[in-house]
Design a protein around this ligand. Structure first.
Ligand code: GLA
Length: 388
C-alpha cells in the first residue's frame, strides 16, 4: 500500500474509531499548454500527475458528513447534505467538499452522508490543482457510495459547479476534467466547448519536470476572476458567446475599439488556442523543436499579454530554457501569479536542468525552488487493492 494510502487509513481509524470501507484517489495536474483558455471555450493540453489526494471513506446511514484532513489536524468538519451554509474562513479545504455536495443537491440528486479522512501529497497552493484532486477524490467516492451513476466527466462538471457557485472561484473545467479522466503516459487535448477529449501520448524520450517557484501566491482568485471578466467583455463587444468564436484578424481590425488591456487579454487567448492545437500535433509527431517554440511563445504571451507571470517565474523559465534550447520546452503552468513551471525535456538533460535550477535560482531570487520529476498518470479511481 502506498504511504499516502496508509496515512489516510490510519487517520480514519484514529479519528472515527473504526476502519474505513474504501479508499479513493485523484491526481493533481500539470497543464502543458493552453492557459486561461478553458473558460473561453478553447483548447487545453493538461496531464494528470503522480501526486494525488487519497480519501478513506465509510458510508453513513444518515445525511451527515464528517471530514478530517492531515494537513489541517485537530478539527473535524461536520455538515448535512443540502445544508452546507455559506463558506466561513474556517472552511479552508472543506469548502471544496461542501461545494460538491451543494452542487449534487442543487441538481436534484439524493446522497447519503460519509465519514472521511483526507491525505494528500499534491503541493498546496502551487498551481497543481490540489483542490481539484480533493474534489474528484471526494466526488468519485460520493458517486459510488450514493450510487449517483455519474460518468467521470459528470463528476468533474459537478465539482466545477461547486467551485463556481459555492466556493466563488469562476474556474473553467480543465482541472476537474483532467483529474477525472487523465491517462497514464498521455496528456489530454480537451476542446472546452463541447468537452471532447483526445489522449496525446507523451514521447518516452521526454522527462516531465515541474519546478515550484515557491513564490507566495496572493490575490489569485480576484486576479483570476478579473481576467475572466475582461475576456467576457471582449466577447460581448463582438456579440459572440465566447472568445472561441472570434478570430485574430477580426480582433486586430477592431483593436482601437477596445480598452488596450482587454485587447491584449483576448490576443493571448486566441493565439494560445492555436498554439495548443499545434503543440498537440507536435507532441504526437515527436517534433520537440516545434513544441519548444510553442511553449516559449505561450510563456511570452502569458507574461506580456495576459500578465500572469511574476519575475521569479520568468527567471526559472530563462534558467531552464538556457539549458534545454530546442531539445525541450518550458513555460509557466496553471493559473499564474506564482506557482510552477513545467518543462518537457530530453531525458539526457534532466540532471542538467535540476543542477542549473539549484545553482542559479536562489542566487537570483533569494527563494528555494522545489523540483518534482513527474509522470503522466491515471485519473480518479477507487483503490480496492490498497485497503489494508
Ligand atoms: C486554474 C483554473 C483552470 C484554468 C487555469 C488557467 O487552474 O482552475 O480552470 O483556467 O487556472 O489555465
Amino acid at each position: 500500500m502506498s504511504n499516502t494510502a496508509q496515512r489516510a487509513n490510519k487517520l480514519f481509524v484514529q479519528t472515527f474509531g473504526t476502519t474505513a470501507d474504501d479508499l479513493y484517489r485523484a491526481p493533481g495536474r500539470v497543464n502543458l499548454i493552453g492557459e486561461h483558455t478553458d473558460y473561453n471555450d478553447g483548447f487545453v493540453l493538461p496531464a494528470a500527475i503522480n501526486f494525488h489526494t487519497i480519501i478513506a471513506v465509510k458510508q453513513r446511514d444518515d445525511d451527515k458528513f464528517r471530514a478530517v484532513s492531515d494537513a489541517f489536524p485537530g478539527k473535524i468538519h461536520t455538515w448535512h447534505f443540502g445544508h452546507e451554509g455559506t463558506t466561513d474562513p474556517d472552511d479552508t479545504w472543506v469548502k471544496y467538499l461542501k461545494g460538491f455536495t451543494a452542487a449534487v443537491c442543487a441538481s436534484g440528486l439524493p446522497a447519503k452522508g460519509m465519514d472521511l479522512a483526507v491525505v494528500s501529497n499534491v503541493p498546496l497552493g502551487a498551481g497543481l490543482s490540489s483542490s481539484a484532486a480533493l474534489e474528484l477524490a471526494f466526488g468519485t467516492a460520493l458517486n459510488d457510495a450514493s450510487q449517483l451513476r455519474l460518468s467521470p466527466l459528470a463528476v468533474a462538471q459537478m465539482a466545477q459547479r461547486g467551485e463556481n457557485q459555492y466556493v466563488g472561484c469562476a474556474c473553467g473545467i480543465m482541472d476537474q476534467m483532467i483529474s477525472a479522466m487523465g491517462e497514464e503516459e498521455h496528456a489530454l487535448l480537451i476542446d472546452c466547448e463541447d468537452l471532447d477529449s483526445e489522449p496525446v501520448p507523451i514521447p518516452e524520450s521526454l522527462s516531465l519536470i515541474i519546478v515550484n517557484s515557491n513564490v507566495p501566491r496572493g490575490l489569485v482568485d480576484s486576479e483570476y476572476n478579473l481576467r475572466r471578466e475582461q475576456c467576457e467583455q471582449v466577447a460581448e463587444h463582438f456579440g459572440v458567446e465566447s472568445l472561441r468564436h472570434l478570430d485574430l484578424r477580426t480582433l486586430e481590425n477592431a483593436k482601437e475599439e477596445l480598452p488596450e488591456v482587454c485587447y491584449r487579454r483576448a490576443r493571448h487567448v486566441l493565439s494560445e488556442n492555436r498554439r495548443t492545437q499545434n503543440a498537440a500535433h507536435a507532441l504526437e509527431a515527436g517534433n520537440i523543436a516545434r513544441l519548444s517554440e510553442l511553449m516559449a511563445q505561450s510563456h511570452q504571451s502569458m507574461r506580456d499579454d495576459f500578465e500572469i507571470t511574476v519575475p521569479e517565474i520568468d527567471k526559472l523559465v530563462e534558467i531552464i530554457d538556457a539549458v534545454v534550447g530546442d531539445r525541450g520546452g518550458v513555460r509557466m503552468t496553471g493559473g499564474g501569479l506564482g506557482g510552477c513551471v513545467v518543462a518537457l525535456v530530453d531525458h539526457d538533460l534532466t540532471d542538467a536542468v535540476v543542477e542549473a535550477v539549484e545553482r542559479q535560482y536562489h542566487t537570483a531570487t533569494g527563494l528555494e525552488a522545489s523540483v518534482y520529476l513527474c509522470s503522466a498518470s491515471q485519473g480518479a479511481s477507487r483503490q480496492d487493492e490498497e485497503l489494508y
